[in-house]
Design a protein around this ligand. Structure first.
Ligand code: UDP
Length: 245
């Protein structure tokens, strides 16, 4: 079921339902564009036409972000749970391995991609990793990169350029991938490669993963502090004026 949060579309799904949708798209190939929505994205989409279009055109938009879950609970979706983007991406890769599907990755640093390629060989031996392209070649190469990836006809395209660039890239080049699952995976490659650690389990269980990331990545702290208070304020002021959000 699709609803809205602060004017952005969001699907009321849990992890099992999201994985079921992924499985259907991999077994009956058709395009599936996935967005893992967080408060920063909601705030930024309001001032970017391109980003807004990318969100509107997604087929599955899951709540990745404690703030999104908080807002949806206030709207009455009491059962809603967070779907961390990295866990959904790992679910996609587990299915890709079971079904022997092909995967392409665009984004991340060259050395990170090399390490991830080694990790995938062990963890997902049935996946055919048909293309990896690093994300530091400049925006002028984006179209060429999209064409190079499309030549391999991958079942799955993982895009790790950071948000909103990854979502905008997917929206721009989706026409080249009519039967692929496409998902923006943010910093997941850095974690899979071992370059960074995920928050400890206690932080994840208590919806504090974002706090861990703010503390461990000062650049992210600035980004989050610019948008999170605005997101919270927008919800609280709507509640006070009894407006729908
Ligand atoms: N990245 C990239 N090219 C760039 C900037 C970033 O490929 O010009 C990669 C970066 O190496 C990282 C990912 O994009 O693996 C984004 O990481 P971040 O944690 O910032 O993304 P977020 O989760 O905030 O979207």
């Amino acid at each position: 079921m699709r609803t809205r949060i602060l004017d952005q579309p969001i699907d009321i799904v849990n992890m099992n339902e999201a994985i079921y949708i992924v499985k259907m798209s991999l077994t009956h190939p058709k395009q599936l564009r996935i967005i893992t929505l967080n408060p920063e994205m909601v705030v930024n989409a309001a001032s970017s036409f391109e980003f807004q279009a990318a969100i509107n055109n997604a087929d599955l938009i899951v709540p990745d972000g404690t703030g999104i879950v908080w807002g949806l609970k206030l709207k009455g979706y009491k059962e809603i749970e967070r779907i961390p983007g990295i866990e959904l991406a790992e679910g996609v890769l587990d299915l890709a391995n079971d079904l022997s599907k092909s995967v392409a990755i665009f984004g991340g640093r060259e050395e990170t991609l090399q390490r991830v390629t080694e990790v995938f060989k062990i963890k997902y031996p049935n996946i055919k990793l048909v293309k990896t392209i690093d994300g530091y070649q400049g925006e002028s190469k984006e179209e060429k990169n999209a064409n190079n990836i499309a030549c391999e006809n991958p079942n799955i395209v993982l895009v790790a350029l950071g948000t909103p660039r990854q979502e905008i890239w997917i929206n721009k080049y989706a026409k080249l991938f009519p039967q692929s699952l496409m998902i923006g995976i943010g910093g997941s490659l850095d974690i899979w490669s071992g370059k960074k650690n995920r928050a400890p389990m206690w932080a994840r269980k208590n919806n504090l993963e974002w706090v861990y990331r703010v503390i461990s990545e000062p650049k992210r702290a600035i980004r989050i502090l610019k948008t999170l208070p605005k997101f919270v304020w927008m919800i609280i002021s709507s509640l006070q004026t009894r407006q729908d959000f």
